[in-house]
Design a protein around this ligand. Sequence first.
Ligand SMILES: [Zn+2]
Length: 192
Amino acid sequence: MGRRFKTEFTGESFELEEEIAKEFLETCKILDLTGLAPGAAGNVSIRTDRGMLITPGGKPFGCLTQEDIIWVVEYKQKTNTAKVKGKFEPSSETPMHYLVYKNFPEINAIVHAHDPLVLKNPGLVEKLKIKTTAREMPYGTLELAEEVIRELKESRYVFIKNHGSISVGKNLKNATSLMLQVHRIFENEGKD
Ligand SMILES: [Zn+2]
């Protein structure tokens, strides 16, 4: 999938605390193992005091290493440009992640997955009253980001119609466990 913003690289490598990298990559691995990021779909980010760390675009979650993590120093909406450090292009949903952090100071982590169980059961999404984006917008657009932000005002988990899900939290642990919690509900529903 292509990117709908420009990337300005300002360096290939950067210092990253081992603990942060470890937790970040563990989340990606969990999403891969549970099938929530099929292909190279989905993205994970965390807010740091220097900007945000995010997964690269187009790389399967199962084999990510520390070198794949991209640091988005800044994203400028006016010029639609992301200033980054790293070796690869950041996720195509970089503007959405950036704008969620901008709108919600209490959110420090975002998990975006394409949970196949949730996607194929919109009836259950409705039954469980899971907040859902009202209008369908193409991935990677600011319009999609706006739709998601509107729903995040009322819920930490939002279903993006015909696309995937987003969960947020004050840390990565919270955002990840919320994503998995909803996944388990859909899994159990399929059993009976
Ligand atoms: Zn997506």
